[in-house]
Design a protein around this ligand. Structure first.
Ligand code: FAD
Ligand code: DHB
Length: 394
């Protein structure tokens, strides 16, 4: 078996890349450890930046997004129950974000892949990379008890934080940077109308809360929780009570309670692994970097990585130039680090840290009050939140 680009992982990074390469007439195949239902069923990101929406349009995948996505021109910050709005569209010359769940994005990517006969191997076990430091790399895997191998020109590791691709790069070549946060997010989904038509990021003495949504009839709420907490201790009633306390009485009055049908705790981490290329292996998305979810950058970063990589492969295969492939790691990391900075900063001004004393708390309050009163501060937040442009072209 032979292909030009072997892609490990059928998450957002792998599937967007597969579609981008198909559009350029480049052969690719995707190897995924799980089945489609599992990947599509994972409840994850919910907010798309303009770069992600634009890419879905370019790939002609935006039909449902246009009908069902909720375009948000603003977002809200709240401090101890008092909220204020950031008019992102007005502050950025018209940029917006779109609420459309990662599960919906995956469904659109998989439906289109099926229609276009994009080769995806589901349930690929023991995926292994070989020869990435030479001219002829290979990927092997087992499916239904049978061993398979594909020879390729390049491998792209889109296999997430726990994948095998990053580990295939010799440790002496890699530098990793990490912050682990001393709390997690407890998130629920419930089929009740959202408290507000836009998101509310709330800093409260008791900890962070976020009011989000998936549609006008489905709410997504998160509260900061301790890392050692047991989900079994969080009845729906306890969750709603704590959420309402943190959002404050005005917003709490607009919260519709109802049974949750999804409830999970996610840890928060900042992580970057450099470089994002070694030999014939490229890394994209969570395989190379993780952000804490405050600011909703995770999936969008995966999309900007593969947009750059798609351009680089097109330049290589259509014009014989390696400039894009050679510059990929530096170009992608420049944008990654800015999103890392924003996600870290937004986490640090909105969460309660266990080591915080009165001084730290007042600095947080002063910072949020400064944002409330300063158009310059709001513009900085807005341009990062809607997503920075893909600069540094090839
Ligand atoms: P992934 O989505 O992780 O996809 C990687 C794929 O590779 C998976 O399908 C996996 O099964 C496959 N794979 C792994 N190992 C192998 C292997 N050895 N062989 C073959 N296939 C393999 N972001 C936000 O912006 N907002 C959020 O609210 C949010 N919530 C999140 C909640 C959780 C629990 C997690 C884990 C992430 C969340 N994120 C969120 C982050 C966002 O979902 C990710 O940034 C995004 O999914 C990254 O896409 P990716 O394609 O790089 O990686
Ligand atoms: C959602 C998640 C985020 O991390 C965020 O910043 C905004 C919204 C969500 O899941 O809806």
């Amino acid at each position: 078996m032979r292909t030009q680009v072997a892609i490990i992982g059928a998450g957002p990074a792998g599937m967007f890349l597969a579609h981008l390469l198909r559009r350029e007439g480049i052969d690719a195949m995707v190897l995924e450890r799980r089945d489609r239902a599992y990947v599509e069923g994972r409840v994850r990101a919910g907010v798309l930046e303009q770069v992600t929406v634009d890419l879905m349009h370019r790939l002609r995948l935006a039909g449902r997004l246009q009908r069902e996505g909720l375009v948000h021109g603003g977002t809200n910050l709240s401090l101890d129950g008092r909220s204020f709005r950031i008019d992102m569209a007005a502050l950025t010359g018209g940029s917006t974000v779109t609420v459309y769940g990662q599960q919906e994005v995956m469904r659109d990517l998989f439906d289109a892949a099926e229609a276009d006969d994009l080769p995806i191997v589901w349930n690929a076990e023991d995926v292994a990379l070989a020869g990435i430091d030479g001219e002829r790399p290979t990927v092997s895997w087992r499916a239904d008890g049978v061993d398979h191998q594909v020879a390729c020109d390049y491998i792209v590791g889109c296999d997430g934080y726990h994948g095998i691709s990053r580990a295939a790069i010799p440790p002496e070549v890699l530098t990793t940077f990490e912050r682990v946060y001393p709390f997690g997010w407890l998130g629920i989904l419930a089929d009740v109308p959202p408290a507000d038509h836009e998101l509310i990021y709330a800093n409260h003495e008791r900890g962070f809360a976020l009011a989000s949504m998936r549609s006008t009839t489905r709410s997504r709420y998160y509260i900061q929780c301790g890392l050692g907490e047991d989900i079994a201790d969080w009845s729906d009633d306890r969750f709603w009570d704590e959420l309402c306390l943190r959002l404050g009485p005005d917003t709490a009055a607009k919260v519709t309670r109802g049974p949750s049908f999804e409830k999970a705790i996610a840890p928060l981490r900042s992580f970057v692994s450099e470089p994002m290329r070694w030999g014939r292996l490229f890394l994209a998305g969570d395989a190379a970097h993780i952000v804490p979810p405050t600011g909703a950058k995770g999936m969008n970063l995966a999309v900007s990585d593969v947009t750059m990589l798609g351009e680089a492969f097109a330049l290589h295969y259509k014009h014989g130039s390696d400039a894009g492939l050679d510059g990929y790691s530096a170009r992608a990391l420049a944008r990654v680090w800015k999103a890392e900075r924003f996600s870290w900063w937004f986490t640090s001004v909105t969460h309660r840290f266990p080591t915080m004393d009165g001084f730290d708390r007042r600095i947080q309050m002063a910072e949020l009050d400064y944002i409330r009163g300063s158009e310059a501060a709001q513009r900085t937040l807005a341009e990062n939140y809607v997503g920075l442009p893909l600069t540094g072209g090839i």
